[in-house]
Design a protein around this ligand. Structure first.
Ligand code: MTE
Length: 343
């Protein structure tokens, strides 16, 4: 991987963005093909779709060098939000992903998102705001001061990680646009680009989701201190599979609320539809707060597998905490609400 190209004063050197994010070295793809060929799988593999070929490679692949390019970011540590749990290594964070636009397998996004173009990009903030905003790629990294926060991240599938994100508070971004008093909800939308996102072209590969992937929050949830807009992880810009160039991170909610590669944020007076809720409303609610006492209809949410240096196979099982351990910051948002009804 071409990590670690150090960029000083990111906002002062606009030239970096082009070089660093539009290059997709092909060396790993070709070495994959060689391995598949040498194992006598060439003709079978060649007839399969790309994401299946990737799966074959992953059976034999290990910790090889990924072939996307990231850039080092400059940021301040936010000492208020530093989970003390052991961090999930970078190599695991970028190899175990859910990003159905690139396939439903955990390693599909790592392989299929590598050529994903994140620059140019435009994030629009619109709807019930005083000043609609458009942030281009460069503005994502320079409009607001970047800070680092280490959050626990709990997927609804009962695995979890601990990830140092870089970005800025969602509230700061919304305040820039000036939220109008009539706004009650915030809707988010991922890029719709079937040419680049194979899961948007192929219903099976995309897990049956009706694209673009959409998510939403109540305005008071979006304004909570914990709600974060991430543009990096560890000390790097986001990799494509992690939701480059910009995603949302909501550590007290199941991971599916943390929508990736967003292009639209709209302030609304009505609750917006959300992708997983539309697909299976009895399994995935609008709120999706982490709650060990409210099981998924098909599995328990009482515990989770924490992905550490040994990956999923060696993951330790730990108890799940209410609001993923962030009750102090967010429990007041749900006072008087039955969390079984509003799951
Ligand atoms: N955003 C989009 N656009 N598409 C997706 O499929 N998957 C969600 C969420 N955001 C998803 C998405 C789910 S189910 C999870 S658990 C997290 O992203 C996974 O984030 P990670 O891959 O960085 O761990």
């Amino acid at each position: 991987m071409t990590r670690g190209k150090f960029i000083k004063g990111i906002s002062k050197r606009p030239s970096w963005e082009i070089a660093d994010n539009e290059v997709t070295p092909q060396s790993v793809f070709s070495s994959r093909r060689k391995i598949i060929k040498s194992l006598g799988l060439g003709s079978i593999a060649a007839s399969l779709p790309g994401y299946v070929q990737a799966g074959i490679f992953d059976l034999f692949g290990g910790e090889g060098q990924p072939d996307f390019v990231t850039s080092t970011l400059q940021f301040a540590n936010n000492t208020q939000f530093q989970a003390t749990d052991e961090k999930t290594p970078y190599s695991k964070v970028i190899r175990h992903n859910n990003f159905y636009e690139f396939g439903t397998g955990k390693q599909d996004p790592y392989v299929n998102a590598q050529g994903f173009k994140v620059n140019p990009w435009q994030l629009n903030i619109s709807g019930l705001v005083d000043k609609p905003l458009q942030l281009d790629y460069q503005a994502l990294f320079s409009k607001l001061p970047l800070e680092q926060r280490t959050y626990r991240f709990r997927c609804v599938e009962a695995w979890s990680m601990v990830i140092p994100w870089i970005g800025f508070p969602l509230a700061s971004l919304l305040k820039l646009a000036g939220v109008q008093p009539s706004a009650k909800y915030v809707a988010f939308e991922t890029l719709f680009d079937p040419e680049q996102m194979p899961g948007q072209r192929n219903r099976l590969m995309g897990g049956g989701i009706h694209y673009p992937y959409v998510e939403g929050l109540r305005l008071d949830e979006a304004m909570n201190d914990l709600a974060f807009v991430a543009v990096g992880l560890y000390d790097q810009t986001l990799t494509p599979q992690s939701g480059a160039p910009v995603r949302i991170v909501l550590p007290w909610k199941y991971g599916f609320k943390s929508i990736k590669s967003i292009v639209n944020i709209r302030l609304l007076d009505k609750q917006p539809p959300t992708s997983w809720n539309q697909l299976a409303p009895n399994e995935y609610g609008f709120f999706a707060n982490v709650n060990p006492q409210v099981d998924h209809p098909r599995w328990s949410q009482a515990s989770e597998r924490r992905i550490g240096p040994g990956g999923m196979l060696a993951a330790e099982r730990i108890d799940t905490q209410l609001f993923n351990g962030y009750a102090e910051q967010v429990a007041n948002l749900y006072t008087g609400m039955d969390l079984r009804t509003y799951f």
